[in-house]
Design a protein around this ligand. Structure first.
Ligand code: 13P
Length: 243
């Protein structure tokens, strides 16, 4: 199975970035599937600039409702109409900045699925939770409560303390957590849990990508800061083992 390398641009980027970024992606010959998740206003431009074979587009959030009086929010259907195929849900920055609960995330996952989007659901413990020995429990709880019974999509393990810090868990810790996530997914979804891709995210760089992407049960990357630079993002993607 080809690995998935997703770039989460967060609240970064501008219209003038689309053309050069897309040109670099179009030139690359990659053995991985690329997803670019820019801020909402850039979605349509990216979708137009990147034919599907070269990279898919994703949103960074959606509302659980299809429409209505929700100032500042965006529906899953509108993301799909703008050209998105994926949507990141439950990112720790959404959970922290907007108080999103696991139940909120589960409702958004259902909305995404019914609009035809593929959700990328993020889980991960904070540093104090890890220090307290609660990382596994936290991630298990997030998975069991953020994924609805009809879940079909991807999961991203992003330890909060590794995001934007330059710190990554040890290879042994990533391997152990991905194995636990796989076990939870298999128990929760007997038909699909064994094949659900589990991405790792948190301080991915070209220099650490090959080792992180080669770990068991790591099905790809969710890249933040390094995805803003096309050369770095594509170098990470080029590090994915060719499946
Ligand atoms: P960084 O790659 O900047 O650590 O961010 C990871 C992330 O939050 C991706 O969703």
């Amino acid at each position: 199975m080809r690995q998935v390398i997703a770039g989460n641009w967060k609240m970064n980027g501008k219209f003038s970035d689309i053309t050069p970024f897309a040109a670099a992606v179009l030139e690359a010959d990659l053995g991985a599937d690329l997803i670019i998740c820019p801020p909402f206003p850039l979605l349509q431009g990216f979708a137009a600039a990147l034919p599907g074979a070269h990279g898919a587009i994703g949103g960074q959030d959606c509302h659980a409702n299809g429409s209505g009086a929700h100032t500042g929010d965006v529906s899953a259907a509108l993301l799909a109409e703008a050209g998105a195929k994926y949507v990141i849900l439950g990112h720790s920055e959404r959970r922290a900045d907007h108080g999103e609960t696991n139940a909120d995330v589960a409702a958004k996952v259902l909305a995404a699925l019914s609009a035809g989007l593929i959700p990328i659901v993020c889980v991960g413990e904070t540093e104090s939770e890890r220090d307290a020995g609660e990382a596994e429990h936290v991630v298990r709880t997030q998975l069991t409560h953020s994924l609805p019974s009809s879940f079909a999509g991807l999961v991203a393990y992003e330890p909060v303390w590794a995001i934007g810090t330059g710190r990554t868990p040890s290879e042994a810790d990533v391997t152990a957590m991905h194995a636990r996530i796989r076990a939870v997914l298999v128990a929760q979804f007997p038909a699909s849990g064994a094949s659900t891709p589990i991405l790792y995210g948190g301080s991915f760089k070209p220099g650490n990508a090959a080792s992180l992407l080669s770990l068991p049960e790591v099905g790809g990357a969710l890249v933040g800061g390094a995805s803003l630079n096309a050369a770095d993002f594509l170098a990470i993607a080029a590090s994915a083992p060719r499946g």
